[in-house]
Design a protein around this ligand. Sequence first.
Ligand code: CTP
Length: 440
Amino acid sequence: MKKVITYGTYDLLHYGHIRLLERAKELGDYLIVGVTSDAFDKSRGKLNVKQTLAERIQAVLDTGIADQVIVEEYEGQKISDIQKYNVDIFTVGSDWEGKFDYIKKYCDVVYLSRTQGVSSTELRTSQHKFVNMAIVGCGTNSKKFYHEADNVTSVKINGVFDESTETDQWFSDIPDLTRYNTLEDSFKDNEAVYIDSLIDKRYELIMKALSAGCHVICTSPMFLKKEEAENAFALAAEKKLVLMEAIKTLYFPAFQHLLLLVESGIIGDVKDVEVSCSQNPKKYDLSNKYENCFYEWGGLAMMPIVKILGTDMKQLHIFNADNDEVGSFTRGIMQYDSCIGSFKVSKGYKSESTLVITGSKGYIYVPAPWWKTEYFEIRNEDLKETRKFFYEYQGEGLRYEILDFLELIDNSEFISKFTPNDTIAITEVVENFNCQKESR
Ligand code: CTP
């Protein structure tokens, strides 16, 4: 019996897939189809797959062509499958021509001509609402956002606006990007804006963008006062617009997996979430209150705490060690009914930037810098029992939050990973920090 194997994502199964499967089957007597897992697709940069693994497997089974379906979970699995299932022929479409020649050592390799005029990517794009966007502000993430959006098919950044003249300088390597003359111009032909301005401008810009009918994604922290957060979310709800706080790490594949593991009780009852963000840059301007480390790090540092322990904080203690305007070394304790969240943010003082989640059955350790989470461990007393998890993220990682933002715009049923309540909870801490500063 001649065994044939082929692999693919088979998202929104189409005519091209069916023709490929039919011809693959004709190459032998028994056809094995490897369907990629969600995590594997994410790890190789295929981010906008629409259907779940179960739906994609079912679609392949429904064709009645495959004799067996397996799941492809990691790079390098193909050789192991070929040996395990005693495969005679490996086949894929001609878009992969030459890419799998290394398999010729193990079995025959056949590239079948690809069916013209149809692909999952095109189907996904035609299903997705296309979103035109502007960037408002020249913060450190604005340029990254522009380049990352290039990797997401259903969005286009049309232009940039900033009150200062810095725009030209900041975006000098992207001369073709339109420079809007006024804020209003940036709202005109765009359905959404990314705001990466100075913190004290964000609220005003958010309100103006929402009033103009634009969806908003904004650098964290978005607000200085709880009241501002409540007003903005009320306006967004009234106008049926998306307002999303941009904290890229939350959307990383590894971080999402970490949250699911915590939720599933893998480390038992969580008692403590301890977050550290420290940076010792060679040059930074201490007199610039916008380089204030609390504003730069605060939202990010509190994110794991509110995502794991929730928003029902009972008490808050903030210690600004230098008692300075910029909060160079700030520690915060967020006390809940029976657990504690603590964060330490510093600029100009260096320590280990880890994330540690303490539970009754063990703990999760994310090595520094934890906000670039790709790797984490679940540890217990006996270090031999340590389990290790690794999920790469692509590029600068902003493409994952962009995808969620677009999904929220497109699909009113889609659940936001960072809810208005999450934003309001961290804004309360920001407000508290400000009050302490003012009462100095
Ligand atoms: N395929 C094909 N003809 C097409 C589309 C896909 O022969 N028009 C083949 C691919 O070469 C591959 C298999 O079908 O061997 C599964 O492809 P998959 O990557 O799932 O589909 P695509 O439509 O190419 O998806 P995407 O646009 O996401 O890359």
